[in-house]
Design a protein around this ligand. Structure first.
Ligand code: SAM
Length: 215
């Protein structure tokens, strides 16, 4: 079955405008995931339809909120523990003004994303091999999905976030325990509920920034 129609329908439901070229890039990315996912053990999800909802549409759900928070201005984003490039690759496809670095501690995963950047012709995407604790660049947005607890995520990536930058943590159900465990040097400014087309599970984004000194 062609995945083009359900992708279009899902994007429309999320109010994400996709050009024909972007829709094709997303489908080609799914193709790469399907082809190399098993060889490199990139993702546990193997069925194409499931990859569409669990990976593509799940990641597409953050595009509108991200464009709102960056006010559609050019930005640099670091996707931490990006694995096969989720959500980083989807962000790079949908937001050409955002330069996306997908970071992973496993070399073959970073290499897969780098190859995807070449194959999909995405000049704003890079696959970077390394550990977050060692990153020295400063990014406007630091994102993660299925990476770590909120406290471990912000603690590990604090030095990689520009002073006025924001953290975007993709989570399932509102993580009340993790929110309560956050230290006071972090401000949660929004817990945003998401609805992912075709996915019954609860999803949310936890938006955070560095707390003002003394806060
Ligand atoms: C569960 S996977 C999630 C992958 C992807 N974000 C997704 O949603 O499918 C977590 C990833 O984090 C990477 N990772 C773990 N610790 C890391 C660290 N300290 N720095 C960078 N990447 C790390 C792992 O190699 C793994 O690929």
């Amino acid at each position: 079955m062609s995945l083009a129609a359900p992708l279009r329908a899902g994007a429309a439901e999320l109010s994400v405008e996709l050009s024909d070229g972007q829709a094709q890039q997303l489908l080609d990315y799914l193709g790469l995931l399907g082809k190399w996912g098993k060889v490199y053990n990139l993702t546990a999800v193997r069925d194409e339809q499931e990859m569409l909802t669990h990976h593509l549409l799940d990641s597409l759900a953050v595009i509108g909120p991200l464009l709102r928070e960056t006010a559609r201005r050019p930005a640099r984003l670091l996707d931490v523990g990006s694995g096969a490039g989720l959500p980083g690759v989807v962000i790079a496809v949908c937001c050409p003004d955002i330069r996306v670095d997908c970071l992973d501690a496993v070399a073959k995963k970073a290499a897969f994303v780098q190859q995807a950047a070449v194959t999909l012709r995405l000049p704003n995407l890079r696959g970077v091999h390394g550990r977050i604790e060692k990153v020295e660049d400063a990014y406007d947005v630091v994102s993660s999905r299925a990476f770590a607890s909120l406290q471990d995520f912000v603690e590990g990536s604090r030095q990689a976030l520009a002073p006025a930058g924001i953290w975007l943590a993709m989570k399932g159900k509102r993580p009340d325990d993790e929110l309560a465990a956050l230290r006071r040097d972090v401000t949660v400014f929004h817990v945003e509920q998401l609805r992912v087309p075709g996915l019954e599970a609860e999803r949310c984004i936890v938006w955070m920034r560095k707390a003002a000194a003394g806060g």
